[in-house]
Design a protein around this ligand. Structure first.
Ligand code: SRM
Ligand code: SF4
Length: 558
């Protein structure tokens, strides 16, 4: 960064935060407001929380001259999206006691609770800690939750690959003890040297950093949407190493042509664990040293890579790690799916993947999902694994216990719901958006299920009801449900209006493009009706909707 460029305000907050302590303790003690101090709102993200307010109630409260209805969202660090049954029970109880009660599975394989009032944050974190769970560094300018292909039945060496996610997560944790001091009342460090952080120093990264590990041929983690993607190379059921991809990231900003979505570029291959860890670490140090710290819209690794060039980046990486990366190996992604229903892995363990629409776990009159999952968890006979499409796998179930778990799921209607939901509903995903997300321009998870209900008969009319077209919706262009790698993406522009994107492929290796701007619901339904009609008449055998849209040049590619 040139000396003239002014550092963003967040840079100052980070370096002056005394190891991410800020004045959080004082903010928590202030009983006059439900909010925390402005600087602390940036610091608290590194502890896994966001300050939010109920946007549905802003107007009413403003009329009454009341402060906004502040609350906090907390996100857990769950590498590879794994929870033991007793941890699910704890999460269920904590959600009921301290939050809205809804447990939200995110598009990055973890869970969030919303609606915590300030005085409940500390008890929440302490309760999570008692269950051996934490929220360290799940937000903020730092490495986030590390993703790993969800389904243990996918590969006989899933556990071996999964262990990498854990090691990466550990390697890239911040060294500060602030979390333990503030939330868990651990003693203050006297010798500050103990928390010196050679990786993050006192400035942390210029921006958030995301890592995912994919196990081909299933790109269920959307590996190319990450700052750093590892693609497992498996030969004869042995892990040979990983292809390394850098510079993926999806967010754009309406009206800012300098921002763009980018898929990660594969820069080579590495085999031994030591080499891979070293490469990962140094990719972060390059981003730390060269990332843009003045304009946060342009500070993700994708912009650093494009600014300096892939060859420069690779050469600098090889200089820092002290060895050359190997030539990337041939790997093929052919799908991006959650395997719904019962599946068995090679060790004879059973898994049931449940459709959780937009990741929202709650009880409704028709579907008491939360109650059902509590009953499953209380048997102690199934682990919980979250997928990157916001679904849930009840996993590692012994053959003798399968009947019991099936009976519970069946009794609460979960089996019927999962099995009878349409192919598009199963392949869809929406972000949180309103009412909690401060950046939302339009609805997403509260609206998308209804739009799908309206699209289902249209697909049926065209004989496409079995076609699992990947559709995703977000309430703004930040792209939290990864709409830019969907075959059909809806990106909110204003209340009730969405840009319609077409042309992504089914396995997440091609970005889509804007086809029409700011459509309302009737325009969306009308447009897709026309397009589905043409697709049903003219598609080739096995041609997906995304590929068809490209062949028909509905959207332009260079
Ligand atoms: Fe996201 C910000 C929710 C995955 C790109 N995202 C937010 C915030 C925290 C809004 C804010 O800054 O105040 C949203 C909180 C809403 C709420 O009320 O809970 C939010 N993002 C989510 C989640 C919960 C969406 C979901 O429904 O599942 C996902 C949580 C993942 C996790 O567990 O860590 C989520 N966010 C993503 C993804 C998808 C991914 O990573 O695979 C992306 C696009 C990929 C990428 O990073 O490029 C994404 N979120 C963003 C961005 C744009 C970042 C950028 O490069 O500019 C923001 C805004 C920001 O950081 O300034 C953002
Ligand atoms: Fe909020 Fe936008 Fe992310 Fe949706 S995509 S959760 S509206 S930031």
């Amino acid at each position: 960064m040139s000396k003239q460029e002014k550092l963003s305000i967040i840079e100052k907050i980070k370096t002056e935060s005394k190891g991410l302590r800020g004045s959080i303790i004082e903010s928590l003690q202030d009983e006059l407001t439900g909010a925390i101090r402005e600087e602390d709102q940036a610091v608290i993200k590194f502890h896994g929380m966001y300050q939010q307010d109920d946007r549905d109630r802003r107007e009413e409260r403003a009329e009454k001259k009341l402060d906004r209805l502040y609350s906090f969202m907390i996100r857990l660090r769950l590498t590879g999206g794994f929870l033991k049954p007793e941890q699910w029970v704890a999460t269920h109880d904590i959600a009921g006691e301290h939050s809205t009660g809804v447990i939200k599975i995110t598009s990055r394989q973890t869970v969030q609770l919303h609606g915590l009032i300030k005085s409940h944050i500390k008890p929440t974190i302490q309760a999570f800690n008692a269950a051996k769970l934490n929220s360290i560094a799940t937000c903020g300018d730092i490495n986030r939750n590390v993703l790993c292909s969800s389904h243990p039945g996918e590969s006989p060496i899933h556990e071996q690959i999964f262990a990498y996610a854990d090691k990466i997560s550990e390697l890239l944790l911040p060294k500060t003890r602030a979390y333990y001091e503030i939330w868990l009342d651990e003693e203050k460090l006297i010798d500050k040297k103990e928390e010196e952080d050679p990786l993050y120093q006192d400035r942390y990264l210029p921006r958030k950093f995301k890592i995912a590990i994919a196990i081909p041929p299933n790109n269920d983690v959307d590996v190319y949407a990450n700052d750093l993607g590892l693609i497992a190379v498996i030969e004869d059921n042995k892990l040979i190493g990983f292809n390394i991809a850098i510079g993926g990231g999806l967010a754009t900003t309406h009206g800012n042509p300098e921002t763009y979505a980018r898929l990660a570029t594969v820069i080579g291959f590495s085999d031994s664990e030591e080499k891979i860890m070293s490469a990962i670490y140094e990719i972060l140090t390059i981003q730390r040293d060269y990332g843009n710290r003045s304009d946060r819209k342009l500070s993700r690794l994708k912009y650093t890579v494009d600014k300096l060039g892939v060859p420069w980046f690779k050469a600098e990486l090889e200089r820092r790690i002290g060895f050359k990366l190997g030539k990337e190996r041939d790997v093929k992604m052919t799908q991006r799916v959650d395997h719904f229903g019962w599946k068995k892995n090679m060790a004879g363990k059973w898994f049931y993947t449940i459709l959780v629409e937009n990741g929202r776990i709650l009880d409704t009159v028709d579907l008491p999902l939360k109650t059902a999952l509590l009953e499953v968890a209380k048997t102690g006979k199934a682990n919980f694994r979250f997928t990157c499409s916001q679904n849930l796998i009840l996993s590692d179930i012994a053959a003798d216990d399968k009947k019991l778990i099936h009976e519970i799921l069946d009794r609460f209607g979960i089996i019927n719901y999962t099995e009878t939901s349409s192919a598009i509903r199963k392949n869809s995903m929406a972000c949180v958006a309103l009412p909690t997300c401060p950046l939302a321009l339009a609805e997403a998870q509260r609206y998308f299920p209804d739009l799908i209900t309206k699209l289902e008969p249209i697909l049926l009319k065209h004989g496409l009801e079995e076609d699992g077209i990947v559709m995703r919706m977000t309430g703004c262009p930040n792209g939290c449900a990864r709409p830019y790698v969907a075959e059909i993406g809806f990106v909110g522009t204003a209340t009730g209006k969405y840009n319609l994107h077409l042309g992504g492929d089914r396995q997440g290796e091609r970005l889509n493009k804007i086809y029409r701007e700011s459509l309302d619901e009737s325009q969306i339904l009308h447009t897709l009706d026309k397009l589905f009609h043409i697709y049903s008449k003219e598609k080739m055998v096995d041609e997906t909707f995304g590929d068809f849209a490209v062949r028909k040049e509905w959207v332009e590619y260079d």
